[in-house]
Design a protein around this ligand. Sequence first.
Ligand code: FAD
Ligand code: THG
Length: 822
Amino acid sequence: MSTTPRVVIIGAGIVGANLADELTRRGWDRVTVLDQGPLPLTGGSTSHAPGLVYQTTASKTMTAFATYTVEKFLSLDVDGAWCFNQVGGLEVATTPERLADLHRKQGWATSWGVPGEVVGPEECVRLHPLLDRDQVLGGFHTPTDGLAKAARVVVAVARRAEARGAVFQGSTRVVGINQSGGRVTGVRTDKGEVPADVVVSCGGFWGRELGKLVGMRVPLLPLAHQYVRTGQVADLVGRNDDVVEARLPILRHQDRDLYYREHNDCLGIGSYAHRPMPVRIGDLPEVDDDDMGEAAMPSMLPFTEEDFAPSWEHSRLLLPSLRDAKIETGFNGIFSFTPDGGPLIGESPDVAGFWIAEAVWVTHSAGVARSVAQLLVDGRSEVELHGCDVARFDEIETTDAYVDETAQRNFVEIYDVVHPLQPKLSPRDLRVSPFHARQKELGAFFLESHTWERPHWYEANAPLVKELPAEWQPPGRDAWSAMFHSPIAAVEAWKTRTAVALYDMTPLTRLEVSGPGALACLERLTTGKMDKSVGSVTYTLALDEAGGIRSDLTVARLGEDLFQVGANGHLDLDYFRRQAPADHSVQIRDITGGTCCIGVWGPLARDLVQPLSDDDFSNEGLKYFRAKAAHIAGIPVTAMRLSYVGELGWEIYTSAEYGQKLWDVLWEAGRPLGAVAAGRAAFTSLRLEKGYRAWGADMTTEHNPYEAGVGFAVRPQKGEFVGRAALEGLSADTVTRRLTCLTVDDGRSVVLGHEPVFLDGRAAGYVTSAAFGHTVGTPVAYAWLPAVEVGTSVEIQYFGRRVRATVAAEPLVDPDMTRIRR
Ligand code: FAD
Ligand code: THG
């Protein structure tokens, strides 16, 4: 008799069915999959999905999911019938901007190991003869992409899971989740109760409703999307049959928000060109089990022909063969959109054992299912998940109003060429720091991150551009890297290195960890020594059990039982809360919103702050990486002596109501010193020069501290902590890959991140973050590469062009810490 946990999976779509397969493959054989619809065609999104699988995106994780989906579906069949038809993928460009973007995409493919090349118009037409040669400027061809037969995959994996003991039960609606003592104990259905130790909701666009059963906010919005089938297309007659269905590559015409696949001698056309059509669950068509089929299902709304009219015209322009064809059938099919386009994976923060895996495309379904199975069985996914974890969102990002607006915007922008820095247009000004009014007076150019408004530079500093010394004058940029950038950043960097600047650090997530168990809890969850004197600040890491980097943190001990943790976002709060002991000996509060922070940094920082305070801000009075309570112009503050930009100075914290006053007194005191307000553009440049990593971009759970160059923050001698055992025997000397500092040889070619890096002519790694280094006068890029010597020459591919760069000794600025420790 098996003793593995009893799992109930809600939803027998492509995600739920694959999860049952992945769990049973790992020996968890007490798996029950329930679906409200009949089996195997349940009437969910999977039942009608045309199944185009394009693997390449900017995200390494999403691409890895897709690559696994392809690999897995290729290995499946149902009674000999295919589950994946590897016809390849072709994305065509009809504008120069798109063509450039396809080169960028080819770079991502190279970074993540997907074969693909940009081809000219002749080759596009050879690959897809229906294309009008005169319409296309080129295309991106990916031979391993193709068509998933989604509904058939469900049958294939369900059969396999059933053979290993799983039970699939259709026509059973889950109406409640049973729980006891904060844990799931089973599900209630319209056919009775099913006990369970773990429940995984794979309810697709029903996910928000299912989450409500345990009070979990699932930030997704169901939206309709149009799909049509043409009648017979003369030029396709005789090419395919009903078994093969398609031989031409799947096709995307993103300049018109369209995609295409063959259905034997007809074409299927999907369109995102129409207005967003949000769907309320109460408005879904009611379909009896007996009537469920290709013609009617709850996930299909009636076709609204007028919405498709422009798409039909654009299709006939791109594919002249369609001019003699007509639309045979169409529908408005429903699936999920999220605030950032990513899927939603994770466990309820309140009800242990209730998991979700939703807002997942067919493309990523097998990869997501594998990761969820690994999380459940092994406690860790082999693919890193920070961009998929439902806990990545702050509370404001999970509200219905926010989700509705951002998900609809993502629908509209789905195929747009999007710059990595491009902010949301709306909603904006959701969270602003207490300095916001002053920042606006100074002409701040704001970008947005997790609903926080963050100045990137200040137009008020523009007059100083002409005062820049020659060696600080930044070179011109190409149009792409010049977007959302200003040469004013050079001024702000220059002033930070030579005078003093004020940085708004308010959006940085701050957690207060307190109580009699706080010290022991932090000792267990981080790599550093926490039992230090009150006033200590420690740069430390949170690791997972395998030694991967969950986060990097600063921990300030403000009292015996009171710590302030500088964190990277909501994921850290979620992790700490889950890990806190059940006996309430530790309280964890997110204090970000009620407090604020100004970074005062630069060689003149002390000249600015000391005259405003009776407290001792000298090097002896407040040493590097120490914190203390103080008053500045009578305002109670906590000053922390550290600097992400690598200059002398402090993070100065106060509660929100004093924020504007604090800004004003620092600003006034700074004027005679030539102080400026400085933004994120300068900040990023300076932090890269100083070699400070940004978690999420430069390092994640994929990497151990030694590879990432933060091994100095690990203190194995301090005793037990999460991840310690996994690091045993590892050191900076054992690593085979490394987060590597590169400088660009030509001194001017700025790259932005995710570009592939070539070593000896072969793709060997990828850029994580990059910026122009204003102090060193050359672009700086960090990249994951095999461990190589300083001085090694590499090439970075930027829009199909190769840019030479050299492995540099890091940090580039102040390696002996003389600037920061004065
Ligand atoms: P579903 O297949 O919807 O499964 C969820 C299941 O949960 C359903 O069967 C439902 O009945 C069940 N359920 C819900 N509530 C309950 C309850 N209370 N009790 C019991 N059961 C419940 N993706 C691609 O990758 N490529 C494409 O080309 C593509 N094209 C698309 C075209 C269209 C027109 C549409 C609409 C979507 C397309 N998608 C595509 C997206 C893709 O179809 C979905 O993302 C995917 O099928 C979602 O799978 P799922 O298993 O999460 O959800
Ligand atoms: N400020 C505070 N907390 C933070 C950040 C911050 N937490 C999240 C994130 N940023 C953490 N990142 C860093 C990266 C580097 C440093 C601080 C925070 C840093 N490093 C010193 C170094 O590498 O030389 C550490 C030296 C030491 O350990 O003594 O300063 O910006 N509050």
